[in-house]
Design a protein around this ligand. Structure first.
Ligand code: NDP
Ligand code: GDR
Length: 345
């Protein structure tokens, strides 16, 4: 029988990849986007699924519960993947209330709609390693205590616990995936990896000269987004609703990612100075290619993330398949192609 799923946030990185994954399996997908003056579907366009007959694009705002109820009723979906969010940590410090309304309460509206309309719908909540924040254990697992360090992390923690609460209170199949950073050529340019690969490509093509960044010492566990959306799908096919960490179990600094990305275009960097005064020079030409700009620092930083996905591997058979060097190459190559063709999102 054909399955039907709702994906909130179809215009985002994960929404686009998950839609591609589910459409490839014969699903009908209701992909939600929010009303703006000009809707941006570049990701589903790039994946070639925008006109797929199984894809239905529906306008939906996460903060409107009536829309949630109508969407569930009209679609007859049996699975909902809640991926929409104000997902940029930096912005959450400037817009903590909006972030709470979208990223936190947005999940509550959906869970309430499920509870009201059809309790048998399976629900996936996009939780995050940001909830670990000031980490209480290394590596982080499903049982590591949380200590969020941003309004975004706090909002996500509310949605995470609400998902578990609806699981325990009403028997709703609410799965929560605590996903560590995952990247791809479809990553937004406000996030550090894509900002780096896009600028590296532009520097290689003489369209930019210097990459300006904030904290180079932050450590992240970076994986490939396509692997992670498959993990989401597996969580909703499992016998019981659970909480899972998806991660690679390797952590590197932002500085290291910068070095790996520059190496893709034949540039080796030499570092000088420290912290807010640090610069990276092209070792061959001596030109400054990286500069720290304190404007990109955050009021509170998450210093070190490294996840242990043992539970997901044991119970779901999930494993990351793409290493950091391969990921950086995929992203730099895509940005080189796009910049050469004269467009860049
Ligand atoms: P993106 O920022 O790429 O996508 C977010 C999506 O949410 C976009 O489609 C955006 O629409 C939509 N959205 C934002 N506000 C609203 C609103 N008020 N109503 C409806 N839709 C809205 O995020 P990712 O794809 O990277 O991440 C997917 C989810 O997973 C997010 O919830 C994120 O917080 C979470 N997450 C991501 C991780 C990662 O490393 N990528 C790691 C862990 C969790 P628009 O295009 O209009 O802005
Ligand atoms: P993060 O991702 O905050 O981990 O959240 P981001 O790529 O924004 O930052 C990663 C680290 O890089 C440091 N950094 C910079 N970050 C940005 N964006 N721009 C810079 O110029 C810069 N310089 C240094 C940051 O301080 C940080 O330490 C992402 C989002 O996708 C969340 O939605 C998701 O929940 C988490 O990953 C897991």
């Amino acid at each position: 029988m054909t399955k039907t799923a709702i994906i909130t946030g179809i215009s985002g990185q994960d929404g686009a990849y998950l839609a591609e994954n589910l459409l490839g399996r014969g699903y009908i997908v209701y992909g939600t986007y929010r009303r703006t003056s000009s809707v941006n579907f570049w990701r589903i366009d790039e994946l070639g699924i925008a006109d797929h007959p199984g894809l239905k694009l529906v306008e939906y705002d996460l903060t409107d519960m009536g829309s949630a109820i109508r969407l569930i009723e009209t679609s007859s979906a049996t699975e909902i993947y809640n991926l929409a969010a104000q997902s940029f940590v930096g912005v959450s410090f400037d817009q903590p209330i909006t972030t709470g309304q979208i990223t936190g309460l947005g999940a509550a509206y959906l869970l309430e709609a499920i509870r009201t309309v059809n309790k048998s719908i399976r629900f996936y909540q996009a939780s995050t390693s940001e909830m670990f924040g000031k980490v209480q254990a290394i590596p982080q697992t499903e049982t590591t205590p949380f200590y969020p360090r941003s309004p975004y992390g706090v909002a996500k923690l509310y949605a995470h616990w609400l998902t578990i609460n609806y699981r325990e209170s009403y028997g709703i199949f609410g799965a929560s995936g605590i996903l560590f950073n995952h990247e791809s050529p479809l990553r937004g340019r406000e996030f550090v990896t894509r900002k780096i690969t896009d600028t590296v490509a532009k520097i290689a093509q003489n369209k930019a000269h210097v990459l300006e960044l904030g904290n180079l010492d932050a450590k992240r566990d970076w994986g490939y987004a396509k692997d992670y959306v498959e993990g989401m799908r597996l969580m909703l096919q499992h016998d019981v609703p659970e909480t899972y960490v998806l991660a690679t179990n390797r952590t590197e600094t932002v500085r290291r990612f910068v070095e790996i990305a520059f190496r893709q275009v034949g540039v080796e960097l030499e570092w000088q100075g420290s912290e807010e005064m640090e610069i990276g020079r092209d070792a061959a030409s001596g030109e400054v290619r990286v500069r720290v700009n304190p404007a990109f620092y955050r009021p509170a930083e998450v210093e070190l993330l490294i996840g242990d996905p043992t539970k997901a591997t044991a119970e779901l058979g999930w494993k990351p398949t793409v290493g950091l060097e391969e990921l950086a190459k995929l992203m730099v190559d895509a940005d080189m192609r796009r910049n050469a063709a004269g467009w860049s999102f």
